[in-house]
Design a protein around this ligand. Structure first.
Ligand code: KG4
Ligand code: ZN
Length: 344
């Protein structure tokens, strides 16, 4: 059985965790940086990188102490090597390289998106390849066929904003604070989703992709009229997102040989109404629905350690010369979607 230390620092969570290949989480240390960024209404890359540099070593020490281990008990050191804010990614990757060099243990460079993509397999031992994955985070909205470790087919992606981005911008427009996703979900629970007419971008379109930029602009216009309660706008926005996701996934499901399971991962997977919609959609298609527990959806070290364990089991380790990658698509062969030049 392998024991993997995993480091995460690609956005605004600094985290270190130790996971065993039998799916036991031995420790899990995480420090959010919300307080550092709140005054700016979003993540400031330079501030994030400095905070990662301060927090990473103490968190690694905490993760080792909580597991009752030293570096010698670990079989490999995994770290997010991209995609993400490059300053932060480099902090985690350089720390992992130093630990690997000092201990003589192998380095595993993990794609952050693969961390999200494989995390459902940590909590569900029966989830085998292939599965259909909706990956929804602050930077991505993709539908992927997960064939195996390191083997993905991107079936659809956003042509403009990511879903998490739309939640964050909506929160900012409505003055709900930062981080935006959970704030919008809380406000939405108090509002009426039928009260504000908002568009469903690309609903019914004869292509598989997603779009959220128009929805965000419509939220801004609705708010500026001064006619609607913030809670009603939040609820109507969240319902529009749900309707779009449902319609777009259904489009793809109608055209593929669907795998046995529909899986959701990434920060937006923590949204309970979105999870409920996906569960219903999966059931209507005779598919199993798998979602990580809420705490495992947003960025953390456990998913990086687990992706490291999956790669280690296949003999996939990396050289200390591995270069951090700010962009790193899971399916490098995917045809570019129209408009999607800047998003992986
Ligand atoms: O995966 P993640 O933690 O970081 C990235 O890799 O991007 O995702 C963060 C995103 C943010 O946009 C955040 O607002 C969104 O996930 N998010 C949510 C919820 N919790 C986090 N969006 C909707 N509802 C939530 N409960
Ligand atoms: Zn993430």
């Amino acid at each position: 059985m392998a024991i993997i230390l995993g480091l995460e620092s690609s956005c605004d969570e600094t985290a270190a965790a130790i996971v065993r290949s039998d799916r036991t989480i031995l420790s899990h240390a995480l420090a959010g940086q919300e307080d550092h960024h709140r005054a700016f209404g979003g993540v400031v890359p330079e501030i994030a990188a400095r905070a990662h540099a301060e927090l990473m070593t103490p968190l690694v020490e905490t993760a080792l102490a909580d597991a009752g281990m030293t570096l010698h008990d670990v079989d490999a050191i995994a770290a997010t090597a991209g995609p993400g804010l490059i300053g932060g990614v480099m902090v985690g990757l350089v720390t992992a390289k130093a630990l690997a060099m000092a201990s003589g243990k192998p380095l595993i460079a993990v794609n952050h998106l693969e961390g999200h993509a494989l995390s459902p397999r940590l909590v569900d031992a029966d989830l085998s390849f292939p599965y259909l994955l909706l990956l929804v985070s602050g930077g991505h909205c993709q539908l992927l066929r997960v064939n195996g470790v390191g083997d993905y087919n991107r079936l659809a992606t956003t042509i403009d904003d990511a879903v998490g981005e739309a939640f964050d911008k909506t929160a900012k427009i409505l003055g709900l604070g930062f981080p935006g996703g959970p704030a919008v979900e809380r406000a939405a629970a108090l509002g009426n989703a039928k009260n504000v007419p908002l568009p469903r971008p690309l609903k019914g379109a004869d292509e598989p992709h997603f779009s959220f930029a128009g929805l965000k602009s419509a939220v801004l216009r609705a708010h500026e009229t001064g006619q609607y309660k913030v809670e009603d706008i939040a609820a109507s926005f969240q319902q529009a997102v749900i309707d779009c996701l449902y319609d777009r996934i259904r489009y793809t499901l109608d055209r593929i040989d669907a795998p046995a399971a529909l899986v959701v991962a990434g920060g937006v997977a923590a949204n309970v109404p979105i999870r409920n919609m996906l569960e219903g959609l999966a059931a209507s298609r005779g598919m199993r629905f798998v979602a990580p527990p809420l705490w495992l959806c947003t960025d953390n070290g456990v998913m990086i350690a687990w992706a490291g364990a999956e790669r280690f089991a296949m003999g996939l380790t990396d050289g200390l010369d591995f270069v951090a990658r700010p962009r790193w698509p899971l399916d490098p062969n995917a045809a570019p979607a129209r408009g999607a030049g800047v998003k992986a």
